[in-house]
Ligand binder design. Structure first.
Ligand SMILES: Cc1ncc(COP(=O)(O)O)c(C=O)c1O
Length: 376
């Protein structure tokens, strides 16, 4: 069943900011009350942002390390070179971006999309970008009884009937559920005149990467476009690094609409430094994969909390404990722990929140606090 809905509240856009409103309100609350939390002096841990909890070893850099007196390359060459060396993608298939968000806004405009199909709940910016470009948006609801997974291929094909594009994140945010790549490829072959836009901002956190990425299919399927981000996996939201990966003809069309010099000299240089981060990548993936398993096991025996998703570096959780969700957030804030309130996403009004997977000792703090809240 497909349903249309109106524009989400502006509050949903907080997703794009590194600190959620809840985090901000909680920390204001905390400071206003003199820091008199249970563990005052303990470091605050922000589980509301779903970026890597560790940083890549790119050294201590100063502004003098970058050629800021000259314009950077017009097309973000440093990012192209990163994608070529790291993922083996030809330069002609890569459009460097000021973060994945630039691609999310560029695509509906440049491809002239009139009607997109998106998942609900999902990242709010797809809807906003489509509407700004004058496109209609139809939503395919994901439901708790199906673990927020995508419906089957025939239901998806039916939902796509009147749309000219399917915009979907793999894994999806905030549900943390995966999109089977073979299903997208089958649909892209069946509907060669519709676009399939895959947001793979979190894909490097999945154990199946790179086999589950569609970045290697864009030459065969010209109507498949991948948006990738270096923000989450390399913990660099402040730099703004990402790319569209598509057939060179599609890249040419996007270039026609794209503003020049959106990738600055610092971003371009740092992208190349990420090529020396193989050990960091292995350490991060091992940590996220083993913590994901450990958290899943520990939660399975916990009353009052149900987990969903978990394909990436975060979980969607539903609170069903003895107190309200707001009381749970206050309990966590007293312990300097912050999670993402998801009740402003359609379909997640019933006590849903999201938390990122962090380092083991940090996860223990959140798990302990949630466990004691569930017993209270
Ligand atoms: C699913 C998804 N895609 C893209 C982005 C934006 O990525 P970037 O920081 O590279 O613009 C976000 C940020 O929250 C996201 O959740």
């Amino acid at each position: 069943m497909v349903r249309a809905r109106t524009l989400s509240s502006p509050e949903a856009r907080i997703e794009a900011s590194p600190f959620s409103l809840l985090t901000l309100m909680n920390s204001l609350f905390y400071h206003r009350h003199g820091g008199a939390g249970i563990n005052s002096g303990t470091e605050a841990l922000d589980f509301s942002v779903n970026i890597s909890p560790i940083s890549p070893p790119i050294g201590t850099l100063t502004l003098n390390d970058f050629a800021l007196q000259a314009y950077p390359s017009i097309d973000g060459k440093g990012i192209k070179d990163f994608y070529k060396a790291r993922f083996g993608l030809n330069n002609a298939m890569v459009l460097p971006l000021n973060g994945a968000i630039e691609g999310i806004y560029l695509l509906p405009r440049a491809l002239g999309l009139r009607h997109i199909l998106a998942l609900s709940p999902s990242f709010y910016e797809y809807e906003r970008a489509a509407r700004i470009a004058g496109a209609k948006v139809t939503f395919l609801p994901l439901t708790a009884d199906n673990g927020f997974r995508l419906p089957g291929i025939e239901q998806l094909a039916e939902a796509l009937l009147h749309a000219d594009a399917f915009v979907v994140a793999n894994p999806n945010n905030p549900t943390g559920t995966e999109v089977p790549p073979e299903m997208i490829m089958a649909l892209a072959s069946r509907f060669p005149y519709k676009w399939f836009i895959l947001d793979e901002a979190f894909i490097q956190f999945t154990p199946e990467f790179p086999d589950n990425s569609l970045m290697y299919q864009v030459m065969a399927l010209k109507n498949v476009v991948v948006v990738h981000s270096l923000t989450k996996f390399y913990a660099l939201p402040g730099l703004r690094l990402g790319a569209v990966i598509a057939h060179p003809d599609v890249i040419g069309r996007l270039l026609y609409y794209k503003e020049p010099w959106t990738v600055n000299a610092i971003a371009e240089s740092v992208a190349m430094l990420l090529l020396n981060c193989g050990a960091y990548e292995d350490e991060l993936r091992d940590m996220i994969i083993s913590e994901r398993e450990r958290i899943t096991t520990l939660f399975s025996g916990m009353e009052g909390i149900r987990l969903a998703g978990g394909a990436a570096n975060f979980f969607l959780a539903q609170w069903n404990g003895g107190c309200s969700l707001d009381a749970l957030f206050s309990w966590l804030a007293e312990r300097q722990l912050y999670v993402r309130d998801c009740r402003n996403f359609p379909g997640l009004e019933e006590n849903y929140f999201r938390f990122a997977i962090r380092r083991p000792v940090e996860n223990d703090r959140l798990l302990d606090a949630l466990h004691s809240a569930s017993l209270a």
